[in-house]
Design a protein. Sequence first.
Length: 61
Amino acid sequence: MPVFAILIAALAIGFEQLIQWKYGPMGIIAFVVLSIGLKAKNTMISGIGAAVLVMLLAQSG
């Protein structure tokens, strides 16, 4: 179980660093807002985070 938790944490940190490297501070803020919304089970907050991430993805493509 501890190995699984460490692996999940490492993947989350790696994904967070990738978002920050590619999309800057706005990307990390959107990712944090999305994560908070999902943990709180608040669809409005998670929707805002997801929408900002989609706008950043559409802008870079």
